[in-house]
Design a protein around this ligand. Sequence first.
Ligand SMILES: O=C[C@H](O)[C@H](O)[C@H](O)COP(=O)(O)O
Length: 225
Amino acid sequence: MTFSQQELKEQVAKAAVDYILPLLTPGSVVGVGTGSTADLFIDQLAKHKDAFRAAVASSERSAKRLTNHGIAVLDLNEVQTMPVYVDGADEINALLQMIKGGGGALTREKIVASVAERFVCIADESKVVAELGAFKLPIEVLPMALQSVSRQVAKLGGQAQLRQGFTTDNGNPILDVAGFSVADARSLECQINDIPGVVCCGFFAKSPATVALIATQEGVKTLTV
Ligand SMILES: O=C[C@H](O)[C@H](O)[C@H](O)COP(=O)(O)O
């Protein structure tokens, strides 16, 4: 029997809830990511509403899904710490460094994750890569800096393309950048962050995941560094 990608995502969403439940108390706030895998995690988390107090969402989309399940959603400014942040990824390597932002939520994801004690990445095995970079790197940019950032990105070896018809929850456009050589994702993340006008880039390399739960045809595997 071969599991579909959707079934693998469902399996890892369930595994994520099993993983985080021992970390929660009735007063805990859970950090919640964005995307199709995070959606399934929210659906599973909703079965355990008594195990925690509330959630902080990394997007309007996730906030709505949480609220629809009757889970209280707090503004991040109301929260000092969270035991865990759970989110998907577009790519993840053996160091648990990721590319995120395929859904455009990268900036809020990075912010919410930074407040949590652990980042639990949940993904199906198609997201695991030897080297980051086949997935175009999303960069959230201030509108006035689209062209200047694109030129700076070209100097770093990337070809930037505006994500058409899309603005983030913060009201900004996204550049999707192909062609980077990503031998050192951490260094490249810092270089991109330093470009004036960049709000956030989709590398999560300086602060990788704490643990990755990866759904495979042989079951959910737990990866740590
Ligand atoms: O902005 C979107 C997020 O970074 C997602 O975590 C990422 O795109 C993975 O999404 P999915 O679980 O739908 O593949």
